[in-house]
Design a protein around this ligand. Structure first.
Ligand SMILES: C[S@@+](CC[C@H](N)C(=O)[O-])C[C@H]1O[C@@H](n2cnc3c(N)ncnc32)[C@H](O)[C@@H]1O
Length: 228
């Protein structure tokens, strides 16, 4: 298991990831009552960034990346939820990662994004660097089932976009570490809903979760709010 930012680092995971996440400050629950911070300027979609996003899509022969509409939605959700400690499961080449990172640019938050495939993780880290988001996003290469237990603390924003049959297991693994007021988003809940009936059932039935499903581009994103 290795950690990538602008290049592969040799640092051990728990220490490096802990320092990276802690740099963002406390999550939602610990922020309650804290003095409001001045808003940060929004990250601009410069022509270079638009070009990079287009290049990632063009190179995505396996059609793994979310649509641009879904990416824009993730950005808005990360910014509007004032997320500080975000987690992405399934970076692929970093397309959704960059959109979430742009949202976090406005909140002062940090994102750890986990990708199993080593080549994709390298690409994701490189694309994050090219997007100018290396100070916000850390790509961790490894199996998220093994990486997540080693990450410190709690999360206030989670985006799940790994293999669909694993969604319920990831929900059950992460939910105890989702802050009160935090959001858990999952991709493809409409177009691949038949592959995750247990997950869809859980997000509707768990008493602490309030769920809505939106379809910016038809694939479907569930947003579950933790009212704990
Ligand atoms: C649909 S793609 C993600 C697309 C990405 N979110 C985007 O929009 O650009 C799913 C990715 O999840 C990764 N993946 C699947 N299971 C995983 C696991 N257990 N741990 C880490 N990554 C995993 C796959 O290797 C694949 O690259």
């Amino acid at each position: 298991m290795r950690i990538t930012r602008s290049r592969w680092l040799k640092t051990g995971l728990p220490l490096a990831a802990a320092a990276f996440l802690l740099a963002a400050g406390p999550g939602v629950s610990a922020r309650a009552g804290a003095p409001a911070q001045p808003p940060r300027p929004p990250a601009q979609i410069t022509p270079d960034l638009a070009k990079l996003l287009g290049q990632i899509k063009q190179a995505d022969s396996g059609l793994l990346a979310v649509s641009e509409e879904d990416g824009r939605f993730l950005r808005v959700m990360a910014a509007a939820s004032r997320s500080k400690r975000a987690l992405e499961i399934g970076s692929a080449s970093g397309y959704s990662t960059i959109w979430i990172g742009l949202g976090l640019r406005e909140t002062g938050g940090r994102l750890v994004s986990i990708e199993y495939d080593a080549a994709r993780a390298r690409q994701a880290a490189d694309n994050v660097r090219r997007a100018g988001l290396s100070d916000i996003v850390q790509v961790v290469q490894g199996d998220a089932f093994k990486v997540i237990p080693k990450l410190p603390g709690t999360f206030d924003f989670v985006f799940l976009d790994a293999w669909k049959k694993d969604y319920r297991r990831f929900l059950d693994m992460v939910l105890p570490r989702l802050d009160g007021g935090g959001v858990f988003l999952a991709h493809n809940v409409v177009n691949k809903g038949k592959d995750m009936p247990d997950f869809l059932d859980a997000i509707e039935r768990y008493p602490n979760l309030v769920t809505s499903i939106v379809t910016p581009s038809g694939e479907g994103i569930s947003i579950s709010y933790n009212r704990r």
